[in-house]
Design a protein around this ligand. Structure first.
Ligand code: NAG
Length: 186
């Protein structure tokens, strides 16, 4: 009985061990590279930061490039181009880790809803120079929004995953959004 099962067991066991070693080394590598803001869970890299969309004042980082249609109650037709700062903490003066470059376009007639497309350009640590590309639907009045990670470059080549956005604070000048991005490149 035991000898019959041996070949299969050996294959399964070695596959399991290989997977375990592979996941463990990836996790250890990433945690060494990014001890502060990265946790690896089940093969996913978790990146956490705050996004600051500054639409007015002396130094806006987000500008309206098309006006909404005049009859719209949901800003339909409005588009903003952004180069928004990404920081480690919620305070805009905390350490900058990257920029969100792209646009959000009000594409929903029924509520405030954006088609958001952006490159998360990392400018710090071992992610410096790497990019995660996000494309998704963002309804800013909802507590939690999820957008797709559709690709990446550098450390994030072939990235897939998702970004979860939650409004931290919002006023007439600035929206501060907390982002949790989960990606895998495996
Ligand atoms: C990021 O990379 C750029 C270009 O290689 C370099 O000039 C800059 O000093 C790097 N920044 C950090 C914080 O490592």
């Amino acid at each position: 009985m035991a000898s019959k099962l041996t070949p299969n067991c050996a294959i399964i066991l070695s596959f399991f061990l290989f997977s375990l070693i592979y996941v463990t080394s990836t996790k250890a590598q990433l945690e060494t590279l990014f001890p502060d803001n990265v946790k690896v869970e089940a093969g996913m890299t978790h990146i956490h930061f705050f996004f600051h969309d500054i639409v007015s004042g002396k130094n806006p980082t987000s500008v309206m490039i098309t006006q909404p249609t005049s009859s719209s109650k949901t800003s339909f037709g409005m588009m903003n181009m952004m180069d928004d700062k990404l920081t480690e903490g919620p305070n805009p003066s905390s350490k900058e880790v990257g920029r969100a470059q792209g646009l959000y376009a009000a594409s929903c007639l029924g509520e405030l809803g954006f088609m958001q497309v952006m490159n998360l350009v990392f400018t710090d640590g071992a992610y410096n120079g790497s990019v995660i590309t996000v494309l998704g639907r963002n309804t800013p009045m909802h507590a939690t929004r999820e957008m797709s990670v559709v690709g990446g470059t550098g450390q994030f080549r072939l990235a897939r995953g998702y970004a979860v956005a939650k409004t931290h604070t919002m006023d007439y000048t600035t929206a501060t959004i907390e982002y949790d991005v989960y990606v895998t490149t495996q």
